[in-house]
Each structure stands twice: as C-alpha cells, then as structure tokens.
Design a protein around this ligand. Structure first.
Ligand code: HEC
Length: 185
C-alpha cells in the first residue's frame, strides 16, 4: 500500500478496502453546478414568476385559438342558408326585410326597378348561388347603388333575406326588368 493511499480503518469487507478520497474534480464541479442551477431555478420559477407548464399550455392554446379564428372561412354558412330556403318561418323575416328595404330598388316581387331583376336566371354578380347572393347583399356594390347590407341588418335578417332572394328565382314578376348580366344554365 503506497503512502498516498488513505484507507479507512475497519472499512474492509471480503478483501475490498474502502479508501477516503475526495470525489473527482469533474464530479464535484457537476455537483456544485447542480446546486447553483437549482437555486437559479427556484428563484426564477417560484419568486421571479417564470411561467409554469400549465401557463405555457394555456399560452399555446390561446395561440391556437387565435390562429383558428384568423383562418376561419369568411362568409356565409351555406348549409344554414339552404335550411332557411325550405323553411317558411325562416323566410318570414327575410320577406319583411325585402318588402321594407329592397323592394324600392328591386320591386316588391323582385322583378327589378333601379336594381336588377332577381327572379330571372341572369346574374351580374356570381351565379345566383346562395354564397354569391350573400356576398353581394353583404358587401353591396357601392359604386352601382346597391347598399352593403352586412352593416345594416342583423345576421338573422341578412341570412333570411338572402334565402328569400333565392326563392324568388323562377317566379313570374308583374313587370320584369330586362335581364342583366350573364345567364346561368
Ligand atoms: C338603393 C337601391 C337598392 C336597394 C335598396 C337594394 N338594392 Fe340590390 N341592387 C341594386 C343595384 C343597382 C344592383 C346592381 C349592382 C350592379 O350593377 O353591379 C343591385 C344588385 C343586387 C343583387 C345582385 C344581382 C345580380 O344580378 O348579381 C342582389 C342579390 C341584390 N341586389 C339584393 C338586394 C337585397 C336583398 C336588398 C335588400 C336587403 C337590396 N338588394 C337592396 C340596388 C339596390
């Protein structure tokens, strides 16, 4: 046994002698770094208000929500409009809106006055699909004198009047205005 060896007396079992050496430098360094890290960790999260994992998830979910709202398809719910077309109760508010707000330009029966005939198969904007009608009624055609009703009507009224316009297609107005736009086959 050399001089540098520092056996611990009475710590020998089955011929294996325990020695008393300091742990290797790399090990001690790691040990103290861990303590320093734990200290910093505690201060940051418990005192400094660092975000907990729950807060992180909430933050991420809020981000997802924002993205979902941003990417929502703009415009009408065509299915809901389609359901209104075949529902007399659903069309009632639309008919009222049409009589009070649209008839002045499109005639009470949709035959057209200043505004185009809405009963024929000719359309200036789109092809007479519910989504097309919704868009032109919602956005208007301001430079041609068609108001933007999106800002003036409640959603329910807007949807209903769009569905009502759809039901005018193929009806026979008293004094139909000459077709404008492109015929939809
Ligand atoms: C002040 C007159 C005026 C009023 C009120 C008005 N419109 Fe119009 N509307 C127009 C004019 C003019 C056009 C044609 C725009 C163009 O030439 O691009 C038009 C176009 C339309 C079109 C598209 C027709 C096509 O051929 O593409 C729809 C649908 C329509 N209006 C529905 C409505 C509804 C529903 C209302 C009531 C909520 C309404 N309008 C109220 C004047 C009006």
């Amino acid at each position: 046994m050399s001089k540098e060896e520092k056996p611990i007396p009475d710590h020998e079992y089955d011929g294996i002698q325990e020695f008393d050496y300091p742990a290797p430098f790399w090990w001690q360094l790691f040990f103290y770094l861990c303590i320093a890290f734990a200290f910093g960790y505690y201060v940051y999260y418990e005192i400094g208000g660092g975000m907990s994992s729950t807060q992180r998830i909430e933050e991420a979910m809020a981000e997802v929500k924002r993205a979902q709202i941003q990417n929502q398809p703009q415009g009408p719910d065509v299915k809901a409009l389609l359901a209104l077309v075949s529902n007399p109760d659903g069309l009632k508010p639309g008919k009222e809106v049409f009589t009070s707000k649209c008839a002045a330009c499109h005639a009470p029966d949709g035959g057209g006055l200043v505004g185009p005939n809405l009963t024929d198969r000719f359309w200036i904007h789109g092809k007479g699909e519910l989504a097309d009608i919704y868009k032109v009624v919602h956005d208007g055609v301001l430079d041609k004198g068609m108001p933007a009703w999106g800002a003036l009507l409640k959603d329910e009224e807007l949807n209903s009047v769009v569905a009502y316009v759809k039901t005018l297609e193929g009806t026979k107005p008293q004094t139909p205005k000459a077709p404008q736009g492109v015929e939809v086959k």
